[in-house]
Write a protein that binds this ligand. Structure first.
Ligand SMILES: [Zn+2]
Length: 186
């Protein structure tokens, strides 16, 4: 996916995450914190490629990462997200004045990148160092960037339109099925 696609996709994910009330910090958070924070980290996983938007600007970081892990390796995994969360909980980073809603939105932005790359044929090794690649190849580079841009913009439009809250009825529906199954077994 292109950098532009990742940026737009991260905005859609941030809107969804806030409206779906994924965390208390996002639910009560400020849109002016959440959207910029998600945009900020949405390109970060591609620091493992010296020709990516970030990699071109930070080659001294990109080249060693690319040589060590290759493109779409460690930085495209859940382990990288976990590592980032642990890093920000350490004693020396705890004093950094990062509001909690910004922190959560940064995680959403980063995760949105992995999710978007999963929509391409190459997929991502979510469980790195395990080599399994997770993919749902809806986007194909042969079909061009127009399809990618349109799909991401449609997602933003849908996220803006979506009223949120539909997850709770779905959850209660599944719980009812579980309870019914349980009673049936008894
Ligand atoms: Zn990527």
């Amino acid at each position: 996916m292109t950098a532009e696609g990742h940026l737009i996709f991260s905005v859609a994910c941030a809107i969804f995450a806030k409206k779906a009330e994924v965390t208390l910090e996002l639910t009560t958070g400020d849109w002016w914190h959440i959207i910029p924070a998600a945009l900020l980290t949405s390109l970060l996983p591609d620091i493992d490629h010296p020709k990516s938007v970030l990699g071109q600007r930070l080659r001294w970081i990109a080249i060693p990462i690319a040589r060590t892990f290759g493109h779409r390796g460690f930085t495209h995994s859940l382990l990288a997200i976990t590592g980032g969360i642990v890093l920000f909980r350490l004693e020396f980073t705890r004093s950094w004045p990062i509001p909690p809603d910004v922190m959560d939105a940064m995680i959403v932005g980063y995760f949105s990148h992995l999710l978007a790359d999963m929509l391409t044929p190459a997929g991502v090794p979510l469980l790195w160092p395990c080599r399994w690649r997770f993919r749902l190849p809806l986007l194909n580079s042969h079909k061009g960037n127009k399809l990618e841009r349109s799909m991401c913009l449609c997602l933003v439009a849908f996220a803006l339109y979506w009223q949120g809250g539909c997850l709770i009825p779905i959850q209660s529906y599944f719980w009812q099925i579980k309870i019914l199954d349980f009673n049936h077994v008894k």
